[in-house]
Design a protein around this ligand. Sequence first.
Ligand code: GCB
Length: 607
Amino acid sequence: MSRYFVLVLFVLVSAAPLADAQRPTLLVDSDHRAAMSLDGDWHYIVDPYRGGWGNDEAIPSLGGYAADKRFVLGGPLLEYDFSKSPTLKVPGDWNTQEPKLYYYEGLLWYEREFQYRSKPGRKTFLHVGAANYMASVFINDKHICDHEGGFTPFDCDATAALKEGDNSIVIAVDDTRKPERVPTMKTDWWNYGGITRDISLIEVPDAFIDDYGMALQKNAAGTISGYVHVEGASAGTSVSVSIPELKAGTSAQTDADGKAVFSLQPNGLERWSPERPKLYKVELKAGADALQDDVGFRTVETRGDQILLNGKPIFLRGVDIHAEAPYRTGRATTEKDMQTLLGWAHDLDCNFVRLAHYPHDEKMTRLADRMGIMVWSEVPVYWGIHWENPATYEVAKQQLDEEIRRDRNKAAIILWSLANETPIGDARTDFIHRLAEEAHAQDPTRLTTAALLPNWSNHENGAQVMVLDDPLGKYLDVLGLNEYQGWYGGEPEALRNWIWKDPLDKPLIISEFGAGAKAGLHGEGKFTEDYQARVYKEQLAMFPKIPFLTGITPWVLMDFRSPTRLLPGIQDDFNRKGLVSDQGQKKEAFQVLKNYYESNPQPPAQP
Ligand code: GCB
């Protein structure tokens, strides 16, 4: 065989499009599966000129870093060597681990070696909790999958690429911002690049439970219904579901698509609530596969302008949270980071958090489930994305689907938020309307919302009339509104005269208000703790006058890094609207909000 022929053959094989089996899937409840962690130190190569793709980005193996070769003196020419390159911690963003990478946005290659012993009759998936924003995965120089989107997990079938003994894994992560992406070019948070969540190998039997869902139904008292999907199962495979503590169980058969539907009517079910966040052990079995989870059961619905949890009106005492690590900054990654953030929310007497502006780590939603803190979960459809671009819609939808698939069994999540502060326009309304339909199709048991912009154009006798008339409102179950009266414009005291109107008769959450304050800075005017507290006092005083208000989430729990917040000595690359500084100092407004929440604001009276 001539060298030329070998080369052409190689090019043809490598350039083949990804087979279906190589598209990533998402294994639900993967954190309850036995896994071999690949967290730790990974070698990395920063690649702004994209040389690691080799001769052609479409043919990644040819001469590229995926081959993971070692340079040997006197050996063939090689211009990279991971084993001699520095390391980064995974999970973690690269920007805050290495000063040279603080502003870096682009392509970076991760590499590590690991030992592997295969077991017959098992498949092995590489699980990546999140990699921002594009990831391409190679095991032993085989391209096993690609994933787009920086905040949702993916699982790549690595079975055919793995070898006995020594294995190499290379992951190209690229966080270049592009106009058509979700999010798009501008955000008010740092575009932390890297493998920012846990990574592991997960083994499953040949036919395995890749997805399941179960929820308490609203209309049939005490009925839990759901489905189990068994990938690779033949029709008629028996699936069993049980909740041992309730002595409840059932079995069902898979259909031709591998899906088995079931329902249960357990006696004595205790519903999940913030006061008593009861979780039950749930056991699923299908053939050789078994999976266990911790699941709470509750209902959530709206009635007119109220939100009902387990049939009763609730007031959501919330706060907004970014996935920013307390004390050290950077992306929040550890259980301790999540405990600190939700611990502060708990100190405030919150029963609710808005996890802005993208799906947070699954550790966070698990913890919320255990702590009894209800959650607003959001996709990064933020400000002005490309509403008319079908590819942009597809990636927004994909992120929404992945978010719902990962978290549909978390009782804490009550709201899927489809967007934040999107300027009104037909294409935008149509885009988010389609996302709302998608969310309901994927999960009919939860409510949809979006953080909307205020309409400033109505006045009566000189007073601001806030009319909730965004045309998107009619497609949402709950309206969110971000208003920064007293910060970006106007005096906080003007709020005393505001008049509120809700022509759609839907529940309202004030999803953002706030003011910047540098911890420890006192005096008059913006950026002092005193001014921030003044804004909070005026806002809180207004809320009882909004009859359809069902909750608030002030912006924001903790200061977070943002490339647009540059004021030296005050901001220093941080959005300072936190109630707590990035170093954990509580500002005056923290106590103001805590007092308000402890006074136990009630939901509006029933009609
Ligand atoms: C907003 C955005 C949020 C910003 C915040 C601010 O309206 O939704 O992402 O960080 O305002 O501080 O201006």
